[in-house]
Design a protein. Sequence first.
Length: 349
Amino acid sequence: MKKIKKSLSHIDSVDFSNLPFGKIFTDHMVIAHYSKKAWGDSKIVPYGPIPLLPSISALHYGQEVFEGMKAFLNRSGDALLFRPDAHYARFNRSLERLDMPNIPQKLFNEAIEKLIKKDSKWLKRASQLYLRPFIFATTPYLGVAPSEDYILVVLACPTGPYYTKPLHVKIETEYSRSAPGGVGFAKVAGNYAASLLPTRRAKEKGFDQLIWTDAATHTKIEESGTMNIMCVIGGRLITPKLSNTILAGITRDSILTLAQENNIVVEERDLLVKELVEALGKNDVDELFGAGTAATIISMESVEYNGKKYTLPKPSERSVSTLLYKQIEAIKRGEQKDTHDWVRKIKLS
Ligand SMILES: *Cc1c(COP(=O)(O)O)cnc(C)c1O
């Protein structure tokens, strides 16, 4: 009699037509260990619990750094990674700021490619995988000191086309996301913990997200939630210039590059709250949106500042973000020429 091979995959229990962001994980994960000043090899293991001591320093002093990147399925059934080298470089910049060891490029690349290949059936069903590499401190020690041991884990989540409703946002002038000289430019866990309370308070008042302003004066626009922010005024694409209080988004960089190629004037500079609010008051702001890996571009439909609400044109009337969204999405899927070497192909058998 033929033996029935039992599949341990939970892929058939997943509703791919309705994928929530970040709640479903593929069958496997990658793990690698750092100790005695060196990284070991990465290995594929089933997605599941990791035994850890309660004294590991990540849990007490927050040495944790992460990345968020995507792989797409192209028409010939291979995986396309979007800007893995830029994510790798930023991963190391974040690690350095928390006094954590850099990760070798070979380890990073191999870990990600291994996971995509191992769980390729998930990519084929979902069309996109969101990849979450992260590193945290594992020395069991309660002294405030850099850990001597770390773990790298890479997780993958199936994600579908990301449709979003335009956001109602509020310009935040009380709480701050990041301070000069701090860790705002780094993708470190603590930044997000600090944003939860102010964001929940805004949500309770009916807003979807906050626009963060500079910590010292609350007069300059910085970011929105976990996205960079951009606006179009008089045909010019304006975004706050990078500093150590702003996270250097790879979506941001890609959008600005494509905008320039489309002969759209790009201004990376201070964007004052006053300037934005005055332009909103005169209906001069044609587009306002957030930019990040999860959704690429999310339009904002209203902005509140000091109790006054300003409404923006409908997303369907926004030519700049519509054009740039289409182009970047096409490049990610291999449907538009990749003139910048942004996409890395991983052959899937
Ligand atoms: C990840 C992130 C972004 C967007 O970066 P991408 O590389 O485009 O995904 C922007 N701001 C913050 C705070 C982030 O964590």
